[in-house]
Design a binder for this molecule. Structure first.
Ligand code: NAD
Length: 248
């Protein structure tokens, strides 16, 4: 029996990167996938086709996760199309890194809106259906810098620390209804997001990781599968770091 057979997952920001790796890992386990991204473009269509070829139901949706009304609309549409939501992966995220001295109000607001408000938006939108089902697993993508901070990332770290507080609160609020809420805190994962980091800074990061390499999106997806499935049926309100022992 596959771990997510007959389940439906919503994954935000999943046309590429870690979100896409989670979608593929879940599809391997028999899960139907509704995923969002800012645009339903060629990248999203290619991801959708890849998932469908794995024999599951899959559909990409254009939605800005930072927008409250957009989110309610897209979740309503997904429920109309799929009939249920068993798993929510709040994955959409951005960086606008700079030292506080140079950080603009727009850079602060954008990161908080996309990374943190999106988690509120989607969790609020799916909670009604999960409450009715009396089951559900919510997995939020935090970061090691949300646990330990990082110079030049005060906006990003604050958003990712906020996600941890939200995750733990929702675990306590909805636990009695069979809904679990957990967070993943990846370290340095090789995706387009980290490709933006200059080569010398990237080498320095890698040297500081006890496992001496960045992680892959698939390595994060395996932890998402643990949280999403019954493998973690009595685990809620937790944060697992996926960082090659960088943040211990
Ligand atoms: P990525 O940039 O490769 O992918 C992020 C996806 O989110 C993109 O497809 C992007 O279009 C989408 N997105 C951005 N804003 C959105 C919005 N407002 N609404 C909907 N979709 C939106 O990044 P990634 O490395 O795959 O990161 C995924 C998540 O993991 C993020 O939350 C990120 O903060 C977190 N994370 C990444 C790393 C890393 O090293 N890559 C480390 C820790 C945490």
């Amino acid at each position: 029996m596959k771990l997510l057979q007959g389940k439906t997952a919503i994954i935000t920001g999943a046309s590429r990167g870690i979100g896409k790796a989670i979608a593929i890992k879940f599809a391997e386990e028999g899960c139907d996938i509704a995923f969002t991204d800012l645009f339903y473009d060629d990248i999203a269509k290619a991801t959708e086709a890849e998932l469908k070829a794995m024999g599951v139901k899959a559909q990409g949706y254009a939605s800005d996760a930072s927008k409250f009304d957009d989110t309610q609309k897209v979740v309503d549409q997904i429920i109309a199309d799929f009939g249920a939501v068993d798993v929510l992966i709040n994955n959409a995220g951005i960086t606008k890194d700079t030292l506080l001295m140079r950080m603009t109000e727009d850079q602060w607001d954008a990161v908080i809106q996309v990374n943190l408000k999106s988690v509120f938006n989607f969790t609020k939108a799916v909670q009604t259906i999960m409450l009715k089902q009396r089951s559900g697993s919510i997995v939020n993508m935090s970061s090691v810098v949300g646990v330990s901070g990082n110079a030049g990332q005060s906006n990003y770290s604050a958003s990712k620390a906020g996600i941890i507080g939200f995750t733990k609160s929702i675990a306590k609020e909805l636990g009695s209804r069979g809904i679990r809420s957990n967070a993943i805190a990846p370290g340095f994962i090789i995706t387009e997001m980290t490709a933006k980091i200059p080569e010398d800074a990237r080498k320095q990061w890698e040297a500081s990781i006890p496992m001496k390499r960045g992680g892959t999106p698939e390595e994060v997806a395996k932890v998402a599968l643990f949280f999403a499935s019954d493998l973690s049926s009595y685990v809620s309100g937790q944060v697992i770091t996926v960082c090659g022992a960088m943040n211990t």
